[in-house]
Design a protein around this ligand. Structure first.
Ligand SMILES: [Zn+2]
Length: 61
């Protein structure tokens, strides 16, 4: 049986994908744009992580 994994947007927490773990592993390293907020998510097992770390860091200073 498949173990399904729910991928949630890092930015707005909306559900973007619901896939078997084997499919998620194939998509590892790819980027997905959230249809809800437009945030670009990087898929790194086992979930999305924020991609724009550099631009975020620049806003602080
Ligand atoms: Zn989003």
């Amino acid at each position: 049986m498949y173990n399904f994994q729910t991928l949630i947007c890092y930015n707005c927490n909306s559900v973007m994908l619901n896939l078997p773990e084997t499919e998620v592993a194939k998509l590892n390293g790819l980027k997905f744009r959230c249809e809800c907020c437009g945030h670009l998510n990087l898929l790194e097992k086992p979930k999305f992580y924020k991609k724009e770390l550099v631009s975020q860091a620049l806003k602080i200073s």
